[in-house]
Design a protein around this ligand. Structure first.
Ligand code: SF4
Length: 609
């Protein structure tokens, strides 16, 4: 195979690997420059490819689904935070389109090997892993790896294949098709909506990659280096950088809790009473050395070393979202047990937010007499019981006993259990809710209700505008202005996910103008901030079309009833009615009153559907 295709634009290798796991054939497919102009790469390109490839009504676990590992044009360049990749598929959890992202060093190696992405189709008759070693691409038997954790898989392959390989792999969660199974590389995780489950169904254990080439930028020489330096300097000089570096996102816990925005006890409360036992101050002494994704001046990762039952335990630093799911939403303040649960989720390859929310749902069901002790395998599944985390996570990953129910995710689990348990299932479109309570941030409420992926806070991190004051000054409890804010942020987020930079750059001084500049720097295109919003609108609309084709329409642009009827811990007793913002949001999007994109808007965006 050729190292790369000749392209009008830099930042690309110009080709995807296409791996048919049923036949074992490996081919390559060129990228169309006109498509890249409209969709850039990453999430945008994934939406276009998967919309075209996956036919309506395809079962997520079938030969007709696809699993696309995709990079952006920035990967492999000197642009800060760009060492990231995405994985897209038709989600088994939501039934809609889902693209998740992870950092580390995997993406750069794929680009250096000469490929922009890898498209998997079909199903291998036995477990395999793919090795991409520059031009050499081969499938190998993964029989000896099946049943290993992500960490064990990575260690084994790095030892067997030699130095320089980066490994993306699944654990038992993916092998067993847990609805929210993840894909991991160096404990960076492509999470949320079950990409790992599709990978497991395909009998694909891992993708190992080593590349020795390089990636040219669109603006080269002195000007290119000056632009790169400016982006790095902007991030380095931002005051938030120090906070990310010191304590990661766990620094959000105290202020969000104080603002009655920290979901607790399965969203029954919005402040956690024992927050001082689990906050960043408690964790900080256990954080050891810093870790960074490729070319990132932040280095927000770190090793955490702590004592569990008297023994040393070492793991990756936990994120605010995982604390929300496994600690506050489960009513648990035993930090070492939460760290252990987080570590197990990563190693078994299941999503921490969905696992935590599934356990929290079971806790509320048990406490209300909807889940018997026998159905709970004799476990005392109640809020605050830290000792139940480990056995439940093991059962979920192996789909054993009550774990088989919780492995479905809260929407399907509550439909299976019935008995009125649906009202305790905290999800949007089947994706479990993240750790920002919508009753405290009305813009976030609208974002969670409307993103194609389901309850994904990262599709428009309105907390930056509604709470942190980074992007303006918004009343977090106001309905007015939120439709416009959410649309703009959802659209600008697309460019972050498509060039693929880190979402945290939103808080680190990178403006929409600078994202446009980064695209131009990587590719040599000449897009403006206005173009950023148009591209974002196009991708969000195409994702909407994918979902509508699957029967996911405006009836699913809503939050669980609890948020409109039950105040949390807020003394002013705010609740949120998302339906008050939806008509304006649809109108701004160029969608009709039923949330369907109008033919005129599709034509304006240049979408052929
Ligand atoms: S900010 Fe953190 S997660 Fe983002 S690219 Fe840098 S090290 Fe990776």
């Amino acid at each position: 195979m050729k190292r790369s295709m000749k392209m009008k634009y830099k930042g690309y290798k110009g080709q995807l690997l296409v791996v048919d796991l049923s036949s074992g054939t490996i081919t390559r497919r060129g990228l169309d420059e006109a498509i890249l102009e409209k969709y850039i790469g990453g999430r945008g390109l994934a939406a276009k490819i998967l919309y075209d490839e996956i036919k309506a009504g395809t079962d997520s676990y079938s030969q007709d689904n696809r699993l696309l590992f995709i990079t952006g044009p920035a990967a492999g360049t000197l642009i800060p935070t760009s060492g990231r990749y995405g994985v897209g598929t038709k989600s088994p959890l939501t039934g809609g389109l889902s693209v998740g992202f992870a950092g580390g060093h995997w993406a750069n190696n794929l680009k250096y090997a000469g490929h922009d992405g890898v498209l998997f189709q079909g199903k291998s008759s036995s477990p395999v892993y793919l090795v991409i070693d520059d031009d050499k691409v081969e499938l190998h038997s993964a029989g000896a790896l099946w049943g290993k954790t992500t960490q064990q898989t990575e260690d084994t392959l790095k030892k067997d294949l030699g130095s320089g390989f980066e490994i993306a792999s699944i654990g038992f969660g993916g092998e067993n098709q847990v609805g929210y199974a993840t894909i991991s590389n160096e404990q960076h995780v492509v999470g949320r909506a079950g990409q790992g489950a599709v990978m497991g169904w395909m009998n694909l254990k891992a993708v190992a990659v080593r590349g020795t080439g390089s990636v040219d930028m669109g603006i080269s020489g002195r000007q290119g280096l000056q632009d790169v330096f400016f982006l790095h300097k902007t991030i380095r000089e931002n005051e938030v950088r120090g906070l990310f570096r010191d304590v990661g996102t766990t620094g959000m816990l105290d202020p969000i809790n104080e603002a009655a925005g920290q979901p607790s006890f399965n969203f029954q409360k919005t402040s956690f009473p024992d927050v001082e036992k689990i906050n960043a101050n408690n964790m900080k002494p256990w954080f050891q050395r810093f870790e960074s994704c490729s070319g990132c001046p932040v280095a927000c990762g770190s090793i955490t070393k702590f004592k569990l039952d008297g023994a040393d335990f070492i793991t990756e630093r936990i994120e605010h979202q995982s604390v929300g799911a496994l600690a506050t939403n489960c009513g648990i303040s035993d930090l070492p047990r939460v760290f252990e649960a987080h570590d197990l989720c990563d190693k078994y390859g299941i999503d921490t937010i969905s696992a935590g929310l599934s356990i929290a749902w079971a806790m509320e069901c048990s406490e209300n007499g909807l889940l018997s002790s026998e159905e709970a395998d004799g476990l005392e599944i109640k809020f605050g019981n830290a000792l139940v985390l480990k056995p439940l996570i093991e059962k979920i990953a192996r789909k054993e006993g009550v774990g088989a129910l919780l492995a479905k995710g809260v929407r399907a689990a509550s439909q299976d259990l019935g008995r009125g348990s649906e009202k305790y299932a905290m999800h949007v479109k089947g994706l479990e809710m993240p750790g920002y309570d919508p009753r405290a941030f009305f813009g976030m409420a609208l974002n969670l209700a409307t993103t194609a992926r389901g309850a994904d806070h990262n599709k428009a991190f309105t907390i930056a505008a509604e709470f942190l004051g980074v992007l303006g000054d918004y009343d977090r409890f106001a309905y007015e202005g939120k439709a416009e804010l959410v649309k703009k942020m959802q659209d600008s987020t697309v460019i972050i996910d498509s060039i693929i930079m880190c979402m945290f750059t939103v808080d680190l001084g990178i403006s929409v103008d600078l994202y446009a500049r980064a695209v131009n720097l990587a590719t040599g295109m000449n897009i403006s901030a206005d173009d950023v919003y148009t591209i974002g609108d196009r991708v969000n609309t195409l994702e909407r079309l994918f979902n509508q084709r699957e029967g996911i329409g405006s009836d699913q642009d809503k939050l669980p009833e609890r948020f409109a009827t039950e105040p949390g811990s807020d003394p002013e007793k705010h609740v949120v009615d998302v339906s008050r913002m939806i008509p304006e949001y649809y109108n701004l999007r160029g969608w009709d009153k039923n949330g369907v994109p109008t033919p005129e808007h599709l034509e304006k965006l240049g979408i052929d559907a």
